[in-house]
Ligand binder design. Structure first.
Ligand SMILES: [Zn+2]
Length: 126
């Protein structure tokens, strides 16, 4: 196990993208703006800006996954799709006791190393 704590200078975040030409917002990062057709160069990102996905959101749908693979010490995990106030949608873990479609949730981001490779930031809606 590698200790990443020394690199933890700030809380993990997940960013959405904004096309500077027309103002349309996207998540995840698009290759091309579906509104005005501007391309995004994945190296320079010229003409695009990012902003943090945070704040309240609404639970659109959710599911509970049982029979987790070896290595999990939980009975189940819950996943859901939410809609943010700006209309963007994202999926992530849902950590409320009784999820209900349409309920308001708070967005948090956690670093997850539950899969092979480098840790990734994932949404956890509470
Ligand atoms: Zn655009």
């Amino acid at each position: 196990m590698i200790d990443f704590s020394m690199y933890d200078v700030k809380e993990p975040t997940i960013e959405a993208w904004k096309c500077e030409s027309c103002g349309e917002i996207f998540y995840p990062a698009p290759m091309i703006c579906s509104k005005c057709g501007v391309r995004r160069d994945p190296v320079t990102n010229k003409g695009w800006s990012t902003f943090e996905m945070e704040g309240p959101c609404t639970l659109l749908t959710w599911t509970r996954v049982w029979n987790l693979p070896e290595g999990y010490n939980k009975k189940f995990l819950q996943f859901g799709i939410v809609e943010f106030e700006n209309g963007l949608r994202a999926s992530g873990r849902v950590e409320v006791e009784k999820p209900e479609t349409g309920m308001k949730l708070t967005t948090t981001v956690e670093e997850s190393d539950e899969r092979p490779g480098d840790p990734v930031n994932v949404f956890v809606f509470k």
